[in-house]
Design a binder for this molecule. Structure first.
Ligand code: BGC
Length: 721
């Protein structure tokens, strides 16, 4: 700004100093106007939405007197949401689900995806994007798994961090959420996640810690659940001691919508903003907080700190100097093609017996089966659902789910027609199994698009494909061995039927470019390179908590009548051994392991060396494409301890890379192992400690791979700073 009117307009001052000057000039009313906000969408029986609100998750009014802009907040990680189409004409790109982003094992792709979201958010007038889903997939059945990256702390932290930093580089603040252990949806507002400190530090907290280090998000959103007996939004140990204290987080903590439960306790625990306040029974951060300040129960400095944290961040990200305004240009064509590329990097080829795929272009007759293969690809339901123009939006038809079922307008059928060059492509929705089998009998290729829908506020009952789709696959495979199954799922599923078909592709929810991305893999334009970010179990019995809560006996959403009591969820069963580590510890064999993914070429890894670097380890290797077409390899480094309490230290992902190689090309790759992945949390010292001894590092193709090159390295006992 050239025309300086206020001292805080001086951009040579630090964001902190500028914020301090604004806070000093604010009245109490101005401060309180930023401490609680309603959802900025019309709801019957709720206060009207302010005229200046664009229509989104939240709106905080400007402080015009001081030149501070209003703040509009939008969901979420997978693109800019336009709830119920409330903002006519605001079209947005629907990115693939975060699980598919996780499957890329590629921080560069994650950053690109984040940049896209930030760019579109800013163009539509949003200063804050409620993105950065960084919960670990602890429950295979979790209804919101598609919004999270993986079951592994390193992969989750790195991918979420890169995507957050991509968003913020566009001048839009991003959150990370839902801090922490918000792993199940059924009963999410009643679930009390129990875990011991050490296990928490080595798992979900580590994922958030890495995401926050890498992405430096402006805001952190605790979830609906309780953690060790305290609601996430008033958990002083997590918010004050760890996040703001140990980790030095200098942004603001906003509650989830309708997830604040107190005034004094929450304010003193470190909560800065009561979001979705009209979903709460009390205006905790309104009049009751003013009263608490007046009575001396909450110090006035805490109020200043709440505002200071917001302003400091908004100055840092550039929102105050250059406020986002609606009506900017969104390059949908360009951005949709980026979304397609993301999907193409993430699609996982699970099975490819006898190199069945890629299918030949120009076959005589292809049959496409699948409920909505003619319409588009499935998206996850809830606050994160992006609905690009042309989406099919239907009520879920499931009790207690408020989310709609969305299909993005990217039809696999059309894409197969366009890319496959087949003489004839027929389509059936597959609900009539006998008709599907009859039509399949003489096809040269059958492609079944299987769907599994998940949504916020509701966990999947079980881990099987729903709606008799397993029977469809088996009946069709029995008459035609040239059958490929493409799974559109919101999380890991059991695939007992996979043994009956030669090829299976996991597409998760692939977003607006899903159709062409799937066709690209089917016909070989795309060489698949995604790797599973979650373990596909054989059955629900293999999971740490096979028993599920009945949605009829518990409340899952805010602003709903409370049914039942708060219930404990025991995460100490698996502790920090989430996902593949649980499977390894228990000696369980899954359908497909974490990290698994095939390619149309082959890779070899050689010349492995490992040297101590600081408190960590540097691994060097040479990756070679030994096949005859270009492709991307994903070397995964798993670390274990070969002495000491090795039984208690199952191999874990300690580094990964994604390397694109032409046919026959070799490349030297160096990977640095974060020492926290080699350490255990020592409760007495409140620090990570590496136990002295011999460590083993193996470069593997997936979590169950014991064939990869391995070397050992001694490490000295050390506490990490
Ligand atoms: C979700 C959050 C979301 C918020 C605002 C909540 O229901 O849990 O992830 O950002 O709503 O829409």
């Amino acid at each position: 700004m050239t025309d300086m009117t206020n001292p805080w307009d001086d951009s040579s001052l630090s964001p902190d100093e500028r914020a301090r000057l604004v806070v000093a000039a604010m009245t109490q009313d101005e401060k309180f106007s930023w401490l609680a906000g309603d959802i900025a969408l019309p709801f019957q029986g709720h206060p009207p939405v302010p005229a200046d609100a664009l229509g989104s998750a939240a709106y905080y009014p400007p402080v015009e007197r001081l030149g501070i802009p209003g703040i509009q907040q939008s969901d979420a990680s997978l693109g800019v949401v336009n709830p119920g189409g409330i903002r006519p004409g605001d079209d947005a790109t629907a990115l693939p689900s975060s699980l598919l982003l996780g499957a890329t094992f590629d921080v560069t792709t994650a950053r690109t995806a984040g940049e896209l979201v930030g760019r579109q958010a800013r163009a539509q007038g949003f200063a804050v994007q409620l993105a950065g889903g960084a919960n670990l997939v602890r429950e295979a059945t979790g209804g919101r798994n598609f919004e999270y990256v993986s079951e592994d702390p390193l992969l989750t932290g790195r991918i979420a961090g890169a995507s957050v930093s991509g968003i913020q580089e566009q001048g839009v603040v991003s959150t990370v959420k839902h801090f922490t252990l918000n792993a199940q949806e059924t009963g999410r507002v009643m679930a009390d996640s129990h875990i011991k400190e050490a296990a928490h530090r080595e798992s979900d907290l580590l994922a958030f810690q890495l995401a926050i280090e890498d992405g430096r998000p402006g805001s952190v959103m605790p979830g609906y659940n309780l953690i060790n007996g305290h609601y996430a939004s008033e958990n002083a140990h997590l918010i004050s001691d760890i996040l703001k204290g140990e980790w030095g987080f200098d942004g603001w903590v906003m509650s989830d919508w309708g997830a604040t439960h107190s005034t004094e306790k929450a304010a003193l625990a470190g909560l800065d903003v009561q979001s979705g306040a009209n979903f709460d029974p009390e205006p905790y951060f309104g009049e009751p907080l003013r009263a608490a300040v007046r009575d001396g129960r909450v110090p006035p400095e805490r109020i200043d700190d709440m505002v200071q944290r917001q302003l400091r961040t908004l100055f840092r990200i550039g929102v105050i100097d250059n406020p986002p305004a609606p009506g900017g240009t969104v390059d949908l064509v360009g951005d949709n093609s980026i979304a397609q590329q993301v999907a193409e990097r993430g699609l996982v080829l699970l099975k490819n017996e006898g190199d069945f795929l890629p299918a030949a272009v120009g076959l005589g007759h292809i049959l496409v089966l699948g409920r909505h293969a003619d319409v588009g690809v499935l998206a996850g339901g809830g606050s994160s659902a992006v609905t690009p123009s042309g989406s099919r939006i239907e009520p879920s038809g499931i009790d207690r789910i408020w989310a709609d079922r969305v299909h993005h307008p990217s039809s696999p059928l059309e894409a197969i027609r366009a890319e496959g060059g087949a003489g004839q492509v027929d389509f059936l929705d597959g609900t009539d199994h006998a008709a599907a089998a009859a039509a399949a009998a003489d096809a040269d290729l059958v492609v079944i698009l299987a769907e599994e829908w998940r949504a916020e506020g509701y966990d999947m009952p079980g881990v099987s494909l729903p709606d008799d789709q397993e029977a469809l696959i088996e009946q069709v495979a029995a008459v035609n061995p040239h059958t490929v199954v493409v799974i559109e799922s919101g999380g890991p599923i059991a695939v007992p039927w996979a043994r009956h078909v030669p090829a299976v592709i996991a597409a998760f929810y692939p977003g607006i470019g899903g159709g062409p991305a799937i066709a690209g893999v089917l016909f070989g334009r795309v060489n698949p390179s995604g790797h599973l970010p979650v373990t596909f179990p054989k059955s629900i019995d293999q999971l740490p908590r096979p028993d599920q809560r009945d949605p009829a006996t518990t409340t899952s959403n805010p602003n709903q009548e409370r049914i039942g009591e708060i219930f404990a969820v025991d995460y100490d069963i698996e502790g920090s051994d989430v996902g593949y580590r649980w499977f390894a510890r228990e000696g369980l064999v899954p359908d497909f392991p974490f990290g698994w993914g095939l390619s149309y070429t082959s890779f070899a890894i050689s010349c492995l060396t490992a040297t101590a670097k600081g408190t960590g380890i540097r691994v060097s290797c040479v990756v070679t494409n030994t096949g005859d077409r270009a492709g991307s390899a994903v070397p995964q480094v798993y670390a274990s301890r070969s002495t000491g309490d090795s039984a208690d230290f199952v191999p874990r992902l300690a580094a990964f890379a994604r390397v694109h190689l032409d046919a026959a090309e070799s490349r030297a790759v160096e990977l640095d192992l974060d020492p926290r992945l080699l350490a255990r949390w020592e409760e007495n010292e409140s620090a990570f400690r590496i136990a002295g001894g011999t460590y083993e590092v193996r470069i593997s193709a997936h979590a169950s791979d014991e064939e990869g090159p391995v070397c050992t390295i001694p490490l000295k006992s050390a506490f990490l700073p």
